[in-house]
Design a protein around this ligand. Structure first.
Ligand SMILES: [Zn+2]
Length: 491
């Protein structure tokens, strides 16, 4: 392998780990060190500003294809490095870094308050899904409004800045730039969203119908939806709440030959805006921060986040070959699908076969709601970044009515959509892709632990070379149609 390429890769990897450390500390303390972030951005720009890199890349990219394995790998790495250079030019634009930092700082410092108390993010999520008092749910839902009011000017400014930075690289908007960074065209995205809407439609209509019965009301409010979702699986949630999610994780890992105590991961629980986050400080130092929730969701988050850690630990020591969003979320969800395995469920929750089937039916309705919120967020991001200045509230409320079938007056959009646009789409893809991968492993039914081992080995084959081959191609090789989401897959 070309030495200069490996040298740059090593330096980029070091910087990436320092980023991981900075975000991890910021997340834990609520004080993101934006000065350090700017310093790292400068360091990265310096590494890539080395004269001659672009010339060397252009030389490689113009060479005739020899067909040799090493030449193919160098070519792919060169394409990816060029993408990193583009990414840094846009992503580390000083004004963009500073605005993102400001939004995240305010989000981390903010404590949602309702009912006269400072309750926090996890309590807000619990009230929304558990409280049968409509006023409580309404207040919890609206408790993010002060945060959104405080950051909305910065958010509009971020869109302008991000779009200008992207136009320097030849893209009409930051959203389009991010899609291109992941080898995704807008047509692919749109057709995937249409397919996913189609695949979730019947289940979502049933979700709403059950919700109307549950609430004894024809009118469903936006703040009722998480409650309906919670009610669907309440009984099973109680069973999950009785179990320790870390013990279940440890036991499940043991069954595939992983000793959690020797695995390079530290797990902490913190009340945070996200239910779970994975930080990479090095390939042998991965930190998971989980929210405080219990029930099925608490387990889901722990398994999903551990899936990220497992994936990172299998990736090659390379910043250039790091897998991107769709692959990362698919691998994380792939691990979380263990929780929907009937054998796993009956073994760990002691549900009868009939109860397991009922839970899986209800979970399907619940997933239809979750996926449609991700589609709404994706379309929201696409619209506000492509039409800078357009009212967030108006766009969000229109899409919410169209996709979730619910009218509302107050828009509670997520700050994540602004500082991490084009990411929510990955959860839509990952839901379907991880299911297809799981189906591949369960063709031959035998003992649950054999199945889990097969799952793990497939996981390993898929990701050990990182992005050396595009994820889409890796999936297609396994027989998975990457973009025909849901057309022939069950929800
Ligand atoms: Zn994830």
């Amino acid at each position: 392998m070309k030495n200069w390429l490996s040298d740059i890769d090593k330096q980029l990897l070091q910087i990436r780990n320092q980023y991981g450390n900075t975000y991890y500390q910021g997340f834990k303390t609520g004080k993101l060190d934006s000065a350090l972030l700017e310093e790292l951005a400068e360091k990265q720009t310096e590494v890539l500003a080395d004269t001659g890199i672009v010339d060397k890349l252009n030389q490689i990219l113009s060479e005739e294809d020899s067909g040799a394995e090493e030449a193919i790998q160098i070519l792919r790495k060169s394409i990816l490095l060029r993408r990193v250079i583009d990414g840094v030019r846009v992503e580390k634009h000083p004004a963009l870094v500073s605005l993102k930092g400001k939004i995240q700082l305010q989000e981390n410092e903010f404590i949602p308050s309702f009912g006269g108390e400072q309750n926090g993010y996890s309590a807000r999520r619990s009230i929304l899904s558990e409280s049968d008092d409509m006023e409580c749910r309404r207040n919890a839902f609206l408790s993010l409004q002060p945060l959104l009011n405080n950051i909305s000017d910065i958010c509009y400014e971020l869109i302008e800045v991000a779009n200008v930075a992207s136009s320097d690289s030849g893209y009409t908007s930051y959203f389009d730039f991010l899609l291109a960074q992941e080898d995704m065209t807008n047509d692919q995205l749109e057709s995937a969203m249409v397919s996913a809407l189609h695949a979730t439609e019947d289940s979502y209509l049933e979700f709403l119908a059950i919700g109307r019965e549950m609430l004894k009301s024809e009118r469903i409010n936006l703040f009722d939806l998480p409650f309906i979702q919670g009610e669907l699986t309440r009984e099973t949630d109680k069973l999950f709440s009785k179990r320790n999610r870390f013990t279940d994780l440890r036991e499940t890992l043991n069954s595939i030959g992983i000793d959690l105590s020797e695995f390079p991961v530290t797990i902490e629980t913190v009340d945070s805006p996200n239910a779970g986050t994975c930080f990479v400080l090095g390939s042998r130092d991965i930190r998971l921060i989980l929210g405080l929730e219990g029930g099925y969701f608490g387990h889901y988050v722990a398994f999903h986040e551990f899936g990220h850690a497992l994936h990172y630990s299998m990736q090659p020591d390379s910043a250039i070959l790091s897998d991107q969003g769709v692959c990362m979320e698919t691998m994380a969800d792939f691990f979380a699908t263990l929780l929907s395995d009937p054998d796993w469920l009956s073994e760990h929750t002691l549900m009868t076969a009939q109860e397991v089937q009922k839970f899986l039916r209800m979970k399907k309705l619940s997933d239809s709601y979750r996926i449609r919120t991700m589609i709404r967020d994706t379309m929201f991001e696409s619209e506000i970044f492509r039409n800078p200045g357009k009212s967030f509230d108006e766009v969000w409320l229109n899409l919410t009515e169209k996709i979730l079938g619910v009218q509302a007056k107050e828009a509670i959009w997520s700050p994540f959509s602004i500082y991490r646009p084009a990411y929510s789409k990955n959860y839509v893809f990952s839901h379907f892709l991880s299911k297809s991968l799981t189906e591949l492993t369960s063709m031959k039914k035998d003992s649950s632990s054999e199945n889990t081992k097969r799952l793990f080995s497939l996981f390993n084959d898929l990701v050990r070379q990182g992005n050396l081959e595009p994820f889409e191609d890796r999936a297609v090789k396994l027989g998975i149609d990457y973009c025909a989401l849901g057309t022939d897959i069950n929800l």
